[in-house]
Design a protein. Structure first.
Length: 254
């Protein structure tokens, strides 16, 4: 008889999703089989099918788990009273979640950012992911609305501004490298400062202490230390939201 404690079924389900997410991220959806996932975990095929009916079921469950966990972590971090401090918390939490869970968020962006894969999901499941993403957009828009009403923020259009903020935070994973000069917390502070400077009523005025402009490189793309061009891992969450909420931008005031 084994002396090792048995893991609860719910724990195995989470392990399956984590292993599948890593494999999907490394080999793609088509390059990952149910057998690969079972082998990664050291379990039998029947044990895998006990929890998930198909690879598509695992694929959707992984995306849903990452997205809901992400939204929950950011939403739970926003508890300040003033909109400017709420926005600081929102941006910092988004950046931290992106960088501290890069294996999961990176795989999510790569997989759900692939239009062909996304459209391969049944309509009801695709719609469910869309609803969660739009709810996240509404968190950002709610902070912006209140800040505008109180005179803390100044911007022309609500929805494009929310997209810009989310998109900015989303792509932090394309350049950040662990062990670099800036840590996760420092990068989150830099991003929060940039967003708040963009939103403040006097943002259009030149800063008295602004440094002299830096000469721009003639290179068409930023390059990583190894020489590879920086490319987004997939279409960003804000890009997908833009497609889903295109009608929201038509005729919106403030």
């Amino acid at each position: 008889m084994s002396t090792h404690p048995r893991r609860p079924p719910s724990d195995l389900r989470e392990r399956i999703l984590s292993a599948a997410g890593r494999l999907f991220g490394e080999h793609g959806y088509d390059g990952t089989s149910m057998r690969d996932i079972a082998k990664q975990l050291g379990i039998s095929g029947p044990a895998l099918y006990w929890h998930f009916q198909s690879k598509e079921d695992i694929f959707f469950s992984f995306l849903d788990s990452v997205l809901r966990g992400f939204v929950k972590s950011v939403e739970g971090a926003v508890d300040a009273e003033s909109p400017d401090q709420q926005m600081r918390q929102f941006v910092k939490a988004h950046v931290r979640a992106q960088l501290e869970q890069v294996d999961r968020t990176g795989a999510y962006a790569k997989l759900y950012g692939n239009a062909q894969l996304r459209n391969s999901l049944p309509a009801d499941r695709n719609a469910e992911l869309g609803r969660v993403e739009r709810a996240y957009l509404e968190i950002c828009k709610g902070i912006l609305r209140e800040g505008l009403q109180l005179g803390q923020f100044d911007f022309r259009e609500l929805t494009p501004t929310a997209f810009a903020i989310i998109n900015m935070c989303e792509y932090v994973i394309t350049w950040f490298r662990p062990g670099g000069r800036l840590g996760v917390e420092e990068v989150s502070e830099v991003y929060a400062d940039l967003v708040l400077r963009m939103l403040r009523p006097d943002a259009g005025q030149p800063l008295a202490s602004a440094p002299a402009p830096v000469a721009r490189s003639a290179a068409p793309h930023a390059r990583r230390p190894g020489g590879d061009e920086t490319r987004p891992p997939g279409r960003s969450r804000s890009a997908r939201l833009r497609d889903q909420a295109e009608s929201d931008t038509q005729g919106e005031e403030g």
